[in-house]
Ligand binder design. Structure first.
Ligand code: COA
Length: 154
C-alpha cells in the first residue's frame, strides 16, 4: 500500500451491506461453517440495529472495504468493569499483510480507552497461526481455555 492510499477505519454503515456480507461470508467459509444467507442477513441486522449490542468496524483502502471486525461490550463481574469483545475479524485474502487487521484492533483499543473499558479480548483457534502472528504482536496470550456446554434437552 502506498502513502497515497491511506487505510481508514470507520463504523460500518447501511450502504456497506453488499461488501460487508461478502467478507462475512468469507469469514464463515474460513471457519468451514455451512453457507447460510439467513445467518449472514441476521448478523447484518444486528450490526445495523442501534439497539443491538453488536457493532461493526470496516477498514477501507482506495474506497474499498478490505477488512471487517464485529465487537460488543461485555460485563466483567470479577473486576466490576466492562470490556470489549472482538467477535469476528476478517481481511480480504488479497489485502492481507497490509495492516488492516492491526488497524481494526488498534481502533478497538482506542474505543476501549475512550470509553474507560478494561480490556479488548478475543479468542482464536489454536491452529490459526496466521492470526496469532498478528495477535502475539498486539496482545497478551492468556492461559484461559474456552468451554462450550450444550443447552439442556427437553
Ligand atoms: C488474521 C487476519 C485478520 C489478519 O489480518 P491482516 O489484515 O492480514 O493483518 P495485518 O496486515 O494487520 O497484520 C498481519 C501481520 O502479518 C504480517 N504479514 C506479512 N506478510 C503477510 C501476509 N502475506 N499475510 C498476512 N500477514 C502478513 C504483517 O506484516 C503483520 O505483522 P506486523 O504488523 O508485525 O508487520 C487475516 O489473516 C484473516 O482474515 N485471516 C482469516 C480469518 C481469521 O483468521 N480471522 C481471525 C479469526 S480469530
Amino acid at each position: 500500500m502506498s502513502a497515497s492510499d491511506p487505510l481508514t477505519v470507520r463504523p460500518v454503515a447501511d450502504f456497506d451491506e453488499s461488501r460487508w456480507k461478502e467478507l462475512f461470508r468469507g469469514y464463515r467459509e474460513f471457519y468451514h461453517l455451512p453457507e447460510s444467507e439467513e445467518i449472514v442477513a441476521h448478523v447484518w441486522g444486528w450490526l445495523t440495529d442501534p439497539d443491538h449490542e453488536s457493532e461493526g468496524l470496516v477498514a477501507e483502502a482506495d474506497g474499498r472495504i478490505i477488512a471487517i471486525a464485529d465487537y460488543r461490550r461485555f460485563s466483567r463481574p470479577s473486576t466490576g468493569t466492562v470490556g470489549i469483545w472482538l467477535d469476528d475479524l476478517f481481511t480480504d485474502p488479497e489485502s492481507r499483510g497490509t495492516g488492516a487487521g492491526r488497524a481494526l484492533i488498534a481502533r478497538l483499543q482506542q474505543i476501549a480507552a475512550d470509553e474507560g473499558r478494561s480490556v479488548v479480548r478475543w479468542i482464536t483457534a489454536d491452529d490459526n497461526t496466521q492470526a496469532q502472528f498478528l495477535y502475539d504482536r498486539m496482545a497478551t496470550k492468556t492461559n484461559w481455555l474456552t468451554y462450550d456446554a450444550a443447552p439442556a434437552e427437553g
